[in-house]
Design a protein around this ligand. Structure first.
Ligand code: ZN
Length: 121
């Protein structure tokens, strides 16, 4: 990847990193909330636990992406970015534009998802 493009790419990842860090931090804060369930009726309690689960899921997903973003940033620092980790082909610009932390080219990503589906039964 060319130097100017690499810088652009890194900026994008850093922006994403910032957004996610804030999001994960907020979700964790909200999920812990200082509320007291004992003062609420059962309907409220159910809603509260539903929200907690939802936020937990959300922050888990965000945390996973955050990890991908961090490893992509590390790869940039190592000067090795934009190539598929599976087949070594260059990942298309369009794909990197949408998913700057993509580790695989579109063909390999499909194969991996296919394998995951097959493994899951
Ligand atoms: Zn590939």
């Amino acid at each position: 990847m060319r130097k100017d493009r690499l810088a652009q790419f890194k900026k994008k990842l850093e922006e994403k990193h910032r957004q996610l860090s804030e999001g994960v931090g907020k979700a964790a804060l909200y999920a812990k909330g200082p509320e007291d369930d004992s003062t609420k009726d059962l309907g409220d309690q159910a809603a509260t636990s539903y929200n907690r689960e939802f936020l937990f899921e959300l922050s888990n997903g965000d945390r996973r992406v955050l990890k991908e973003v961090v490893s992509a940033l590390q790869k940039i620092d190592g000067g090795d970015v934009g190539d598929c980790e599976r087949c070594g082909e260059a990942i298309s610009d369009k794909r990197l534009e949408a998913l700057p932390f993509a580790r695989y080219c579109i063909a390999c990503q499909r194969l991996i998802e296919e394998e995951a589906r097959t493994a899951a039964g």
